[in-house]
Structure formats: structure tokens, C-alpha cells
Design a protein around this ligand. Structure first.
Ligand code: SF4
Length: 59
């Protein structure tokens, strides 16, 4: 799995609160693709709950 963050993140922190192992929100969100293993379900949940749907999951 790979996670990309598209343009348009509003830095709401939802993803980081769901999966802090992968997502880190500063000015915008950054995803650490090296940390996804074991957190795939949380990454999918973050993508579903992102209010602007900028978390892109590639399986
Ligand atoms: S949930 Fe979406 S909008 Fe909110 S910080 Fe994460 S990527 Fe950005």
C-alpha cells in the first residue's frame, strides 16, 4: 500500500488522530509510507474520514 496526499489538505488533524504512525500534520499533512505496514486499516479509515478527501490510497 502507498499513501499520497493530494493538494487541498486543510490541516484538520483527523488523519493524524486516527493513525499517528503514518500521518503527521504540520502546515499540510505528510504520510510516511515506510510506516504503513500493520496500519493499513487505519490508513483506509483516515482516507474515508478526511473531510476534503485528499488522502489517496494505492493498494
Ligand atoms: S484528514 Fe485530510 S484534510 Fe485533515 S489533515 Fe489529514 S489529509 Fe489534511
Amino acid at each position: 500500500m502507498q499513501v499520497q496526499i493530494a493538494d487541498g489538505c486543510i490541516a484538520c488533524n483527523v488523519c493524524e488522530s486516527i493513525c499517528p504512525e503514518v500521518f503527521a500534520v504540520h502546515d499540510v499533512c505528510e504520510a510516511d509510507n515506510s510506516a504503513i505496514q500493520g496500519h493499513e486499516a487505519a490508513c483506509r479509515q483516515a482516507a474515508q474520514e478526511c473531510p476534503v478527501f485528499v488522502i489517496l490510497i494505492e493498494e
